[in-house]
Design a protein around this ligand. Structure first.
Ligand SMILES: [Zn+2]
Length: 476
């Protein structure tokens, strides 16, 4: 089968269908009876199911929030998981985000890279195979979600009533292939207020604020202190601290209060070691002062549990996996007020093979002795498909047949849509040289990359679902 020539012959139709989809403003909106995540996502879902029916596939709508387009028969299911909702366009576009345009060699529109372009590419791979007339060995399903960008209610609703594919991929990330994703947990360490000082403390911590999101390293931190005596001594020791640690900071005296600030460097929560956590630096300094009881306990907790390492060892959450790497801990939010006490907002990511619940129980027990509780705990377990699995092998090989790139399949600390499949990997559609414009203004995708991705999906589906290179037993 000449994959390239076949895709080329469908180019015009493919572009037309994609443009129609890109014109739909499928941003999450107000829920209504027949549109649980808003009318935009619902229209995009209807649009896909409609082109599926037009082309002779069977289709299914699941509660107006997800659906599928299906070819073939049989017991087994091979799934492709895409989504047609988009994040809000934001400001600063050079074009209308919902009026797709070709500028130079690129299509510019919200969602073209994430994930409407890749979803249409996968759809055309199915359509071309169907038009070729060879029977599908398995039920081959394009599952379409409409709430990927927010709460994944779409896949939750879909898999409540529909079968889980035996294997599959999500065209919602990058080539060559992502076969592992760390477990992701967020939670808060919440300090219980202790009794007030009996003696007047020398220094009261009124407030400490740093960071706004679990999954970012805080780049600023500000503390407000009431210093009863020897203000100049405290300032002097802050200056010494900044010099010693080479931290970037400043201070200001205002109405008897001392305001300290630290400038760090932001980074994504999956790579805390790449950033400089401003809040933790400031706590290191505060730990040197004669603080009131509550603030002292807060700073001591930070020093013992959070300052110094990002590998989770201070929480006894460290674990390492040959392919997936080590646990990472990001302290994304630090919030302390004299009135309400303190909170640390944690984003923890861990590889395959760690008993998360047992470790978490031990941690809860352990920190309670220091007057802290763990609250708002949320987690998704790691997702991992063996690198030697035929699914990974065939998809990677299909990619290499179209691109001169021997990059190995890899694992990441973040999460992709593929993790909602039991045995699923993320497969495209960004290439090595592709500028990642997902969620950004002027989102774009090269026409050539769109067609190249379609060729790769076509070969992959042809080999798996028509030729049967993965036999039934290998599917699951
Ligand atoms: Zn996406």
């Amino acid at each position: 089968m000449d994959y390239k020539a076949l895709v080329e012959s469908y180019k015009e139709n493919l572009m037309e269908d994609l443009f129609g989809l890109l014109e739909i403003e499928s941003v999450k909106g107000e829920p209504s009876k027949d549109a649980p995540v808003g009318t935009g996502p619902k229209r995009a879902l209807d649009y896909m199911l409609e082109i599926g029916r037009r082309d002779g596939f069977s289709t299914l709508d699941v509660k107006n929030i997800a659906g599928h387009i299906e070819a073939g028969e049989g017991e087994r299911i091979f799934g492709i998981l895409g989504h047609v909702d988009v994040v809000p366009p934001g400001k600063g576009w050079n074009t209308d985000p919902f009026t797709p345009e070709i500028i130079g060699d690129e299509i510019v529109a919200r969602g073209v890279q994430d994930d409407k372009g890749p979803t249409i590419a996968a759809y055309y791979a199915m359509k071309i195979l169907k038009d070729q007339g060879a029977p599908f060995k398995y039920r081959t399903r394009l599952i379409i979600g409409t709430d990927e960008e927010s709460d994944w209610q779409c896949t939750a609703a879909y898999f409540k009533t529909e079968e889980m594919p035996d294997a599959g991929f999500a065209p919602d990330a990058a080539f060559p292939l992502i076969h592992g994703e760390k477990g992701i947990s967020t939670f808060n360490f919440v300090q219980k207020q202790t009794s007030l000082d009996e003696d007047e403390p020398r220094i009261e911590l009124k407030a400490l604020i740093s960071g706004e999101r679990y999954n970012m390293v805080p780049e600023d931190a500000v503390a407000k202190l009431k210093v009863q005596q020897n203000m100049s001594e405290v300032i002097q020791s802050y200056e010494d601290f900044l010099r010693e640690t080479e931290a970037v900071g400043a201070y200001e005296v205002d109405n008897g209060f001392l305001k300290l600030s630290i400038q760090g460097r932001s980074a994504h929560g999956s790579t805390p070691e790449a950033g400089v956590n401003a809040g933790l630096i400031l706590l290191q300094f505060l730990d040197r002062l004669e603080l009131d009881n509550n603030a002292r306990a807060f700073a001591e907790f930070a020093m013992a549990r959070l300052v110094g390492k990002t590998d989770g060892s201070q929480l006894d959450m460290d674990h390492s996996h040959t392919e997936m790497g080590k646990t990472s801990v990001n302290v994304g939010m630090i919030n302390y007020t004299e009135v309400d006490g303190g909170i640390f907002g944690i984003n923890l990511r861990y590889p395959e093979g760690m008993d998360f619940n047992a470790r978490m129980d031990a941690l809860k027990n352990d920190v309670s002795k220091k007057g802290f509780t763990i609250e708002d705990l949320d987690y998704q377990p790691p997702h991992y498909v063996d690198k030697e699995d035929p699914l990974v092998k065939i998809l990677t090989d299909a990619y290499r047949n179209h691109v001169d790139d021997q990059t190995e399949p890899f694992t990441i600390g973040g999460g992709t849509y593929a993790r909602t499949l039991e045995k699923g990997v993320a497969f495209g559609a960004m290439f090595k040289e592709t500028a990642d414009t997902m969620h950004q203004k002027n989102e774009r995708m090269k026409v050539e990359e769109l067609l190249k991705a379609t060729e790769i999906y076509l070969e992959a589906l042809h080999r798996i679902c028509i030729k049967g290179e993965m036999d039934e037993n290998q599917l699951l």
